[in-house]
Write a protein that binds this ligand. Sequence first.
Ligand code: AMP
Ligand code: MG
Length: 406
Amino acid sequence: MISVEEALERILGEIHPLPPTQVPLAEAAGLVLAEDVVAREDMPPFANSAMDGFALRSQDSQPRAGQPPRLRVTGGVAAGYVADHAVEEGTAMRIMTGAPVPPGADAVIQVELTRYDGPQSSWVEILQPVAAGTNIRPAGEDMRSGQTILPQGTEIGPWEIGILATLGLAMVPVIRRPQVAILGTGDEVIDVDQPLQPGKIRNSNSYLLEAASARAGARPVRLGVARDTAESLREKFGQALGSDLIITSGGVSVGDFDLVKNIMAEQGEINFWRINMRPGKPVAFGHIGRTPLLGLPGNPVSAAVTFELFGRPVLRKMLGHTRLQRPQVEVIVEDGVADKAMRRHYVRAHVQWRAGRFVAHTTGNQGSHIMTSLLNANALVIVPEGGVEIPPGGKAQAMMLDWPEI
Ligand code: AMP
Ligand code: MG
């Protein structure tokens, strides 16, 4: 049995970022940039007004004999249009926010600091002097042509999408999403739309893992459930070979019908099997042909927890992310953890910030078949290996499942 850390290291050592592709801008959120993005134009592309007001020559704004100067208004320029004449001495032009500053003008005075006679006024009085450059947003102030704006490896979020749109990238070079084949195993496992029959249970794992994979950024494909026979597993694995990753649940323990390992050994190789943790000791990792296979336990809670610890980092690494692991914080375990486990114990808990510290409440019965122990859990309290007990109010590390990876 290997440690959680060794298992993760051995798994990630076999996983590499996928090749780049191009996706439409609207589909790029959550993906990782495969190339540097360099500005091809200045942003803003032209000097423009930051205010609704009047474009003028700043020297014309100085008071004359203690009186506000009165300038002749020669026209206007709206956002989206270009002035057809210049601002000359003693004149001004109406201008709207975002409109290009007309030639000749070196400042914009905001409308609130002027007096004029309605929208068609032929004159404007300047109530306060303005310095050159006032309310003008120069070309290239934000981004310069040739400048690297977003380096390769950047995770694309809504703000990056806005920048990519500004730069005109209708298609974005990204690391593509991994396709993950999800396979249930077990003669007892029936689909969710089936009525229960004696001895049967519904396939919760495949749906749980599908949703968790999608949330991690992958494209999951459910392959149904393999029977507990070598032929059935071989057939299902055959269907999975075009995928970037196969995730199975069940069939990796020590029972007579736990055949996933056998087929892995037959059609590829087993890297390791069994991790010193609870829930989720029977985790196997290896390859079927060249496709990596992560064999998760059958118990739904074990499958859920081991996906978070191993499956999600694998998918993130394939997606080109460099931050792969959830952050850990020290928490006060209000109710403690009494049942001592020799293996490292990941206890589902709800953690919240209260009175200046993080406080954890465990979610009740921690049996690996108790699916309701996942409800309301946003963290895993980590109880070290070796039969450690955490008294009520004691301290522990918790892995925060709803915080972004670091
Ligand atoms: P196994 O490792 O195949 O012996 O499975 C361990 C436990 O998980 C058994 O109680 C199985 O019935 C259960 N199990 C296996 N696969 C699933 C599944 N897809 N959905 C829900 N429970 C499952
Ligand atoms: Mg089974």
